[in-house]
Design a protein around this ligand. Sequence first.
Ligand SMILES: OC[C@@H]1[C@@H](O)[C@H](O)[C@@H](O)c2[nH]c(CCc3ccccc3)c[n+]21
Length: 448
Amino acid sequence: MNKAIQFPANFLWGSATSAYQIEGSPLADGAGASIWQRFCAVPGNVRDGDHGDIACDHYNRYKEDVALMVKLGLKAYRFSVSWSRILPQGRGAVNQAGLDFYSRLIDELLANGIEPMVTLYHWDLPAALDDRGGWLNPDIADWFTDYARVLFRAFDGRVKSWATLNEPWVVTDGGYLHGTLAPGHRNLHEAALASHNLMRAHGSAVKAYREEGKYQIGIVVNIEPKYPASQSQADLDATRRADAYMNRQYLDPIFLGAYPPEMKEIFGEAWPDWPAADFDLIGQKLDFVGINYYTRSVVRHEPAHWPLRVAPVRQTQATYTETGWEVFPQGLTDTLVNFKQRYGDTPLYVMENGSAFYDPPQAEDGRVHDPLRVSCLRKNMGALHAALELGVDLRGYMVWSLLDNLEWSLGFSKRFGIIHVNFETQQRTLKDSALLYADIVASNGACL
Ligand SMILES: OC[C@@H]1[C@@H](O)[C@H](O)[C@@H](O)c2[nH]c(CCc3ccccc3)c[n+]21
């Protein structure tokens, strides 16, 4: 019998979503368009022509969704604010109706004892700013900071946990290098510039928070630990490049004052010597770091794969999710311990962790049975606890996601929710994974 798992007394159990993936009503009440509306409107960009015009209709159903969080006993809810609801042109005039929506949501959460955790940017850049170059325009650090100040002044105090960016790696790799995500660019030079401007914007907003805010601010990064397919020097070098590109690229400049040396190796002349002053800005002290963990990758050297020269090696004995990610809970423990070893004891939250599996529609008993997601959740709880036992200062866990939602360019084809959404009727149904998560929260892990 395994020793009963106990998490720290005030461990923060919650769930996570993002604006464009769940809200719908993207242009309601004066909101401006985002790059994701534009991207979805271009045939071929999103599977089945799916888009966020309705999604989970959370903009209208947020009270029902908060009631579901209460039903599950959640202590926190991580969500993002749509920049173009607040500033329809991305800068300048504030849209009070946009602020009012998030004010209502925040008050509904607080009235139900749920801590709001706000992400300022989760990929839905105002289209009007993209028209001015978006993340390629160095002015975006100021645009982002002005937007952040509007939110800090409106909500700080009711909101006590802020994250500047969600996953700058994905914004850069998907939006500017491979073109798989909005704004759909494929340019190595642009990828380097966008990535650096994202980090400048992050630092500038944190600096502003120190003038405006009284609580906590951090960043959320996706970490995918890399393991060499063999001990050959070529594979070891490939692993180092992959880890630098996807993981260390974003945390090194914050905590160590410089990008990994591998960036030049990967980007070549597309990676300039950035101005030293930028690192003073990027290196603002953080109150926490959010880690999004889904999977690991085992990598080998592959000269043909530009620009990283790395290829993933499928693990024959492993379970893979519908998004092609290996179920590897040990990678969650390794990720959290590796952070502590490399960057020290900044408090951590797992801000996203979850899995997409095919969920059969409602069974005769009216339930949605998702045994594979239940199994993943259990294993990941064990991985969290192992990291705590190894001394990681882990403060909380947000399951991705509260609801089935728009999985970006994969449309509605991939379901990550612990709550099933029927997108025809908008009916919500708790999956077995939601019932398990409710037990985990209620028992603080003792039920595992
Ligand atoms: O794919 C599931 C979720 C998305 O729905 C979230 O919006 C996003 O924050 C998020 N990040 C990751 C891991 C990073 C990643 C994203 C997309 C593709 C490959 C890796 C997984 N997820």
